[in-house]
Design a protein around this ligand. Sequence first.
Ligand SMILES: Cc1cc2nc3c(=O)[nH]c(=O)nc-3n(C[C@H](O)[C@H](O)[C@H](O)COP(=O)(O)OP(=O)(O)OC[C@H]3O[C@@H](n4cnc5c(N)ncnc54)[C@H](O)[C@@H]3O)c2cc1C
Length: 396
Amino acid sequence: MQTDYLVIGAGVTGICVARELKQRHPAASVVVIDKESGCARHSSGRNSGVLEAGFAWSSDTLAGRFCRAGNEELSSYCEQKGLPVNRCGELVVARDGDELSALDRLARRAEGNGIEFSRLDASEAEKAEPRARTHQQALLFPSSAVVDPGGVARRMEQDARDAGVRFLYEDSYLGRAGEDLITTRGTVQAGYVVNCAGLNADRIARDFGAAANYRLLPVKYLYLESAGVPGSYRTHIGAAADYLQGPWPGVRLLLGADGRARLGPAIKPALWREQYRGAEGFQPFEMSSILALSLGQMFQGGSGVCKLCAARLKGSARSRLVAAGARLAEGINRNDYRDWSRAEIQPQLVNTETHRLEEDFIIERGDSSIHLLNGISPLFTCSMPLARHICDQIEQ
Ligand SMILES: Cc1cc2nc3c(=O)[nH]c(=O)nc-3n(C[C@H](O)[C@H](O)[C@H](O)COP(=O)(O)OP(=O)(O)OC[C@H]3O[C@@H](n4cnc5c(N)ncnc54)[C@H](O)[C@@H]3O)c2cc1C
């Protein structure tokens, strides 16, 4: 097969980039390959669907730069297409007096990123979300919303098809042979390759001479689902300091597109890239290389990464998540939060030079190719403007 552009990965980023490329170059052929039998079978279909407001990321990050625009575009896209959007907003609380300075920092970040918010006193916060607990003040971000991520991705895929993008499923990228790409369906000659392969993006990037300084530390996220009536809460709720603690978010009470509440995330290591459930799809080679390389990096990283991992593993027990949730809102108890959601896996990268966990998306170029790495939250929210940014980079 020959194509002008080959996109690897039919998650939300691959779909958005393919669509944008076709819009910019109508005469060019754009093909998306994916190893699964349909689109959005990994992060894009399994994530929490939160359209993040964007206050948690500083303006010098790609996440901070694109979150507000991504939130606006994706929520209006959903409304235009008749897809459900729960515009619930997000209440950021202070658990005690010490956390008021974290509220101030978040307010400054929000101002820096041009995000609308209100500063509320305790009684105003109670009106916004009667069950939230806060100490003196809170911040309300009205643009935070939630959608059904799989439904959105499938609709985007249909739009891309209608625009002339070709999707080939059950077609895995396997490697390179000189200038050609080898996939399960045969050999591909591509003018330009865009790698949006999520959990495999770092591995594919290395074939093109990119991502040399990164190793994957796949991290499993799980949420406790509420057995309560959907609609019992009005807003997402989180604690100010938790948004500032690095790449792994603190415990939030999140609403679904249907209004159902969930608490989390619990964070656990994944022993291979797609270890969603038990030993299903066991990959012994991946497990040994992830343990050897990623855990080795963690220990070379010294106390910072190790302490963070240890603290998050400890805080991921059901009792601890419920206790953390009970500090955010009234009426959270163990009886209502018994069932775990299905697992989601984040392609977290460790930088082998700085020995730090990367906290932003990474875009690297290789020969005739571009690679989107470290596809962590809020990439779903940022997908539309980030796709334009990637296409600008390709054109430069
Ligand atoms: C637990 C969790 C919760 C999240 N919550 C949110 C949220 O609430 N809001 C938000 O904005 N963001 C969130 N995110 C981030 C967001 O979901 C993801 O970053 C985003 O969906 C990634 O999209 P993607 O297209 O880059 O990757 P993916 O959706 O993972 O797609 C990659 C695709 O590449 C394919 N692929 C992989 N290897 C190959 C190969 N060799 N050959 C062919 N195809 C291949 C896969 O099958 C897959 O379809 C969350 C992420 C996680 C993990």
